[in-house]
Design a protein around this ligand. Structure first.
Ligand code: FES
Length: 166
């Protein structure tokens, strides 16, 4: 999984796409061609540090969702579990948003897929759960490998194991 030889539909390619889109949007704002706040992503969480593909985050103190746009990670604490997800929708790479209905889950604006806080697919056009990133506990932090992800349909055991119990 660490080798990257795909042509497009994977988190690495999606991260590159989202990074390019973010740079483009920032350029539009800087040039005065887009209103500030248009399409703005939720507030990012500050990562403690990053070494190669590993990003460390403090364990969230309570249930909630944080978007780390720099690393394209969604970090979730829900019901005693911490998960890290790829920011992009597994269907066609659109950046996921917090569910506007307030469920604590996620919503894709492109084709209206909905997901639980655990990343499980609820409805919409997607065909699998949100992609989970490899995560492990290290003291009072979790370490997320942003280059190692699991897809629920092709790697169900690894996907189910990509969680830290707190
Ligand atoms: S891109 Fe998200 S449901 Fe299609």
């Amino acid at each position: 999984m660490s080798a990257h030889d795909c042509s497009g539909d994977c988190p690495i390619a999606r991260r590159a796409f989202l990074r390019d889109a973010t740079v483009f949007a920032a350029a539009l704002v800087a040039a005065g061609l887009a209103p500030r706040g248009a399409g703005a992503a939720p507030s990012p969480i500050r990562a403690l540090s990053r070494e190669a593909a590993d990003v460390r985050y403090p364990i969230p103190a309570k249930d909630g969702v944080r978007f780390d746009d720099d690393n394209e990670v969604i970090l979730v604490r829900s019901a005693g579990k911490v998960y890290a997800f790829a920011l992009s929708c597994p269907h066609q790479n659109t950046a996921l948003k917090a569910d506007p209905a307030g469920s604590g889950g996620f919503y894709c604006t492109k084709h209206e897929s909905r997901y639980k806080p655990s990343g499980e697919f609820i409805s919409g056009r997607a065909t699998r759960n949100m992609d989970r990133l490899a995560i492990r506990r290290d003291g009072n932090a979790v370490v997320v490998n942003v280059d190692k992800w699991f897809e629920s349909d092709s790697e169900p055991t690894q996907w189910a194991s990509a969680v830290v119990t707190v």
